[in-house]
Design a protein around this ligand. Structure first.
Ligand SMILES: [Mn+2]
Length: 195
């Protein structure tokens, strides 16, 4: 069975944890690894409260179909300031990765084949296009990275040698340090899929 190494980092623009509107989840259950990254619009305590609401909803049942989960999240967040989110489920033995995203969370795979996932437009809780499932297959050695828009989306790997080296937690720390913006909450999930 392939092994996983994963890490999650987030930081609120203003510092304290209870003022961060970004939140992330990684849970391994049997053969599956579930990952979610949520960025509530704006920042501060009010955004954090919505982020907590979102993660509580997601944790109610991690085994739901991802599209159903996204629709449920949309309903749950109605009347709030809204959020963007990406939900992923990795089947660890096969490497099959399911992705459903709404809004501008960036999801990329770095490996022999590098690619990114397209999310649907919208704001969860307000107005969103119908979520769409994309299925890919991770290969051993691949690095899956989810980032909120508190990190620069475009970067030249040559400019940051070593950015993707080390443990998942070290990579997440490198990403935050080198690509983090000064004007928003920031969060990053890194998962290394290892033989
Ligand atoms: Mn943001």
């Amino acid at each position: 069975m392939p092994r996983l190494d994963y890490g999650l980092l987030k930081r609120g623009l203003t510092g304290p944890e209870d003022e961060c509107g970004d939140t992330g989840l990684i849970r391994v259950d049997g053969e599956d690894c579930f990952l979610a990254l949520v960025d509530v619009l704006g920042h501060g305590r009010e955004a954090h409260a919505v982020a907590v609401m979102a993660s509580e909803f997601i944790l109610e049942d991690l085994h739901r179909d991802l599209i159903e989960m996204m629709h449920g999240l949309h309903s749950r967040l109605k009347g709030t300031r809204g959020a963007v989110a990406t939900l992923c489920r990795l089947n660890i033995p096969s490497g099959e990765l399911h992705h459903v995203g709404v809004g501008n969370i960036t999801t990329r795979v770095f490996g022999i084949k590098s690619y990114s996932f397209i999310s649907r437009d919208g704001i969860i809780g307000y107005m969103m296009s119908s979520p769409k499932l994309r299925i890919e297959k991770l290969s051993p050695g691949d690095i899956l990275i989810l980032t909120s828009d508190g990190l620069k989306e475009h970067f030249d790997q040559d400019e940051f040698p070593g950015l993707l080296c080390g443990s998942a937690q070290e990579i997440a720390a490198n990403m935050m340090a080198n690509l983090g913006k000064a004007n928003d909450d920031a969060s990053c999930i890194v998962l290394r899929y290892l033989r």
